[in-house]
Write a protein that binds this ligand. Sequence first.
Ligand SMILES: [Zn+2]
Length: 207
Amino acid sequence: MALDRGDAETRLSVIADATDVCAICTARGGWLDLYFLDNDARNFRRSNLIAACPLCRSCQSLHRSHAAIEFLPVWVTEIPQIAINRLTRLLHQRLISAGETPIIDHRNRPALDDQTTRDLVSTYLALANRNVRLRIILGGYAPNARDLVTLFYAVDPGRGSCPEKLSVGLRLLPLGRYVVDGRDRYAAALGVEPPALDAINTDLVAA
Ligand SMILES: [Zn+2]
């Protein structure tokens, strides 16, 4: 959706004022964009706007055309979204910096020397398993992120907001992709650089 000029200027000014820090998880670096405190993306009053990173904006990004491959809905009542985002960011930054893909599942576990990162991988995969819990709660199907939009509008046709009984445990697990103009820009969105190819080749030769 294209913004009118006043809203576009407001957006830039909110992001500039954030000085590179996500207002929700306090991560530094990477991309920031608007987060609407009242969940209404038409309300550009300054008091309704903060700047947040792509992980913290996930609940307001479900309409994105690639949302289904970017975020996995999971049922985790005991861990808040902000903690899931911090853990995932730490894990994904470590994987990308080590030249690994951040896109992992049980069949595609990275071979890692570092025990801390291996522990983070195990925790992340345990969280991913919680998608199955949603199948039980929703009565038969485990939704992807785009399915949630349909579900929310079925319950609340006006605003499509998350139903109260789901908001206590519904979380979004970042899947290690963020597609912009057809390209995966996840590493840039997190503000982390993969190692240069030369460095990887040198390591292989040294090993
Ligand atoms: Zn954040």
